[in-house]
Design a protein around this ligand. Structure first.
Ligand code: NAD
Ligand code: GLY
Length: 366
């Protein structure tokens, strides 16, 4: 039987939507039916997740005139326009119309692509997220950012397109590999660092329970993360200002992901190393204490997340890739730094010289 533990809301006027957090939620036919009104559904998943969960979603949908299952190859390297085209090809071949609901069942890669497909197919169809990784549950499924990668940059082609509901099901985390749990927890820690010191302190205390997937701790971490994300998105849906703080560590992290080849470093791993760099740069500016950097480094170590820049990346590689970041305005790089732990700021006064000398200290390659 399904158990609804929390319902949060992303407050965006007529595009507001609920985030349901609980157990066995997507087998709850009544709850699902409230958000899937038409008779046509396209379920988008990948070849790892589909065998685990898609049949249950399909059964919960009951009788519909058309249900198409679209199974993508698994991997960040397939988050491309070419894969998106295969989604449209299958939907067109099956005669989907504008009353279709697209349901994403998977991690952030599936969710970002399914969301972009929903934004584009016949200029926009109803969209539901069933995130099955921790990272997707606390971050990518909430807030309406959808995209595919370009060989020259992460998430460079996409749209803002909000889902109609998000079903966050704790049971799906049971089948997730350990490395993915740690990568998801990196994004959870991000919320503490950027806007919630008590949550960060709570995370430092409860990390062993979270790594062991103890349900009460996971439920609390997901609920507190989603509450922060929902609040920030409601205040600044299209990242005119505040929302950029959600990118703590991402400018460094995206450079690592792009340079290493999509999929080799997990997104959450690259973000973890990026957050450590952002904190070290903040410490260099005198904004956070070096003891706080040490505490954070130990936390990442306990999570077995990477602490160092890949050995083949030079300061020049970083600068080139960071220059393509979406936060660059008029050639000026904007970095998310920490004024203190629990209080992020967006800094546009880090000069190329300061950044190069900072990176030179942290890169082993020249
Ligand atoms: P992912 O989607 O690649 O999933 C990680 C792996 O876990 C994959 O192999 C997947 O098949 C597998 N998997 C998923 N659910 C599973 C389950 N329940 N059991 C077993 N295996 C499972 O990676 P991710 O970390 O979920 O998402 C990363 C992506 O999200 C990146 O592309 C990143 O850019 C994007 N992202 C988007 C936003 C946003 O706001 N839209 C925010 C953060 C990250
Ligand atoms: N993960 C960044 C954002 O949603 O804005």
């Amino acid at each position: 039987m399904s158990l609804l533990m929390h319902t949060l809301h992303v407050d965006l006027g007529e595009r507001s939507y609920p985030l349901y957090i609980g157990r066995d939620l997507f087998v709850d036919s009544q709850l699902l039916a409230q958000h899937v009104p038409g008779s046509q559904v396209a379920i988008i998943s990948n070849d790892t997740v589909a065998p685990l969960y898609v049949e249950r979603v399909r059964n919960a949908l009951g009788e519909r005139s058309l249900i198409t299952e679209i199974v993508l190859p698994d991997g960040e390297q397939f988050k491309t326009l070419a894969t998106l085209t295969t989604i449209f090809d299958q939907m067109m071949a099956a005669n989907h119309n504008r009353s279709t609901t697209i349901i994403a069942v998977g991690g952030g890669v599936v969710g970002d692509m399914a969301g972009f497909a929903a934004a584009c197919f016949q200029r926009g169809v109803n969209f539901i997220q069933i995130p099955t990784t921790l990272l997707a549950q606390v971050d990518s499924s909430v807030g309406g950012k959808t995209a595919v990668n370009h060989p020259l940059g992460k998430n460079m082609i996409g749209a803002f397109y909000q889902p109609g509901a998000v079903f966050i099901d704790l049971n799906t985390l049971r089948s997730l590999p350990e490395r993915e749990i740690a990568a998801g927890l990196a994004e959870v820690v991000k919320y503490g660092l950027i806007c919630d010191l008590p949550f960060y302190q709570w995370l430092c205390q409860h990390m062993p329970k979270l790594l062991a997937r103890e349900e009460p701790a996971l439920a609390e971490a997901i609920e507190r993360s989603c509450a922060s994300k929902a609040r920030i998105v409601a205040a600044d849906e299209r990242e005119g200002g505040l929302r950029a703080i959600l990118n703590l560590g991402h400018t460094f992290g995206h450079a690592i992901e792009t340079a290493q080849g999509y999929g080799n470093w997990l997104h959450g791993e690259a973000v973890a190393t990026g957050m450590l760099l952002a904190m070290e740069l903040s410490a260099q500016r005198g904004w956070v204490e070096s003891t706080e950097v040490d505490t954070f480094r130990s936390l990442l170590q306990s999570m077995r997340l990477p602490l160092h820049i890949p050995t083949d990346m030079s300061p020049g590689d970083f600068l080139e890739l960071m220059g393509r970041d979406k936060k660059v305005i008029d050639g000026r790089l904007r970095l998310v730094l920490l004024r203190s732990v629990g209080d992020a700021c967006i800094s546009d006064d880090v000069t190329e010289r300061e950044l190069l000398s900072f990176l030179a200290e942290h890169c082993s390659a020249e």
